[in-house]
Write a protein that binds this ligand. Structure first.
Ligand SMILES: [Zn+2]
Length: 299
């Protein structure tokens, strides 16, 4: 039993050894993402691991992925692609044991055209309702410069500020920690070696993956035990199988590396600090250590 130095956090005040396990919903994590498949490819291992540990995991998905691939055959129209991809996302989220799914429905590829006040307001409303301790989203780099990823990062920041004030009868909510997805050179090398070099042209300028310096990574989450679950979640994105299908031939070690090592930049924390690399997004928030927390068997 380890007493947390931050037990002054009012919701987790230390009250002696617990008589029973903490309720499964004691800690809450919310990922705010842009496209169906981001939840699996960008942070699936993290979501699966925390869900298995009993954390209440939520995903806010800003678009329905209408601009993505539609699978074999004739193009069924963007609305139909959006419906299909939303259902694939919901299936992947179930696979990852995500309890709360919130689809905002903005248009894929045009998230930065959405009314920022309205969009941030909607995310803020979800924040006030779900009251997550930890939020994660993309960083300023949009992982590889994707404008939707950058937009969702900005909207999330605005929403976090807005949720700090009450709205009507909904109490204010201040998130304890915010993380950005931050991939270093090693991760990008493996990812692009597996898929392809991610490059796009935006406003006539080439954008590609810009690895974070390894020293800037604040948090490394070990999700190796959950790689099979993430791979199954990826498999629910059937419309995208032209891209993901060939990954089925990869050796298990490659899958484990792809989905099992997740790195983040801690943008802010109201519960801890310092340069020691974290191994847990909830560091500073736990009343008991991860080892004592019941975890479902990984599969
Ligand atoms: Zn995306």
């Amino acid at each position: 039993m380890t007493m947390n130095t931050l037990d002054r956090h009012p919701r987790y005040a230390w009250a002696g050894p617990p008589r029973r396990r903490e309720p499964a919903t004691a800690l809450r994590l919310m990922a705010v993402l842009a496209h169906p498949d981001d939840e699996s490819l960008a942070c699936g291992g993290t979501l699966a691991r925390y869900a298995a540990e009993g954390v209440d995991v939520h995903v806010v998905m800003a678009t329905r992925g209408q601009a993505g691939r539609h699978g074999p055959g004739e193009h069924p129209g963007t609305e139909a692609v959006g419906r299909l991809r939303e259902s694939e996302f919901r299936a992947a989220a179930r696979e990852l044991d995500v309890r709360g799914v919130h689809v905002l429905g903005y248009h894929d590829g045009r998230l930065d055209q959405a009314d920022p006040v309205e969009a941030a307001g909607r995310i803020a409303r979800i924040l006030r309702r779900v009251r997550p301790h930890v939020v994660l989203t993309f960083g300023a780099d949009g992982l590889y410069g994707h404008p939707d990823h950058i937009a969702v990062s900005q909207l999330t920041s605005a929403a976090l500020a807005e949720a700090g004030a009450p709205e009507g009868t909904n109490a204010a909510h201040i998130v304890s920690k915010l993380y950005h997805i931050a991939w270093d050179a090693e991760t990008w090398e493996i990812y692009q070696d597996t898929f392809k070099r991610l490059v796009s042209r935006v406003d006539g300028v080439e954008r590609c993956a810009t690895p974070w310096p390894a020293w800037a990574i604040t948090t490394r989450v070990d999700a190796r035990a959950w790689w099979r679950r993430v791979w199954r979640a990826v498999g629910h994105h059937r419309t995208q199988m032209a891209v993901y299908g060939p990954l089925g031939h990869l050796p298990p070690e490659r899958h484990e590396r792809l989905w099992g090592h997740q790195t983040y930049y801690r943008v802010f924390s109201r519960v801890n600090g310092g340069r020691a690399v974290e191994t847990d997004l909830f560091e500073g928030l736990r009343a008991v250590t991860a080892a004592e927390r019941p975890a479902k068997m990984a599969s």
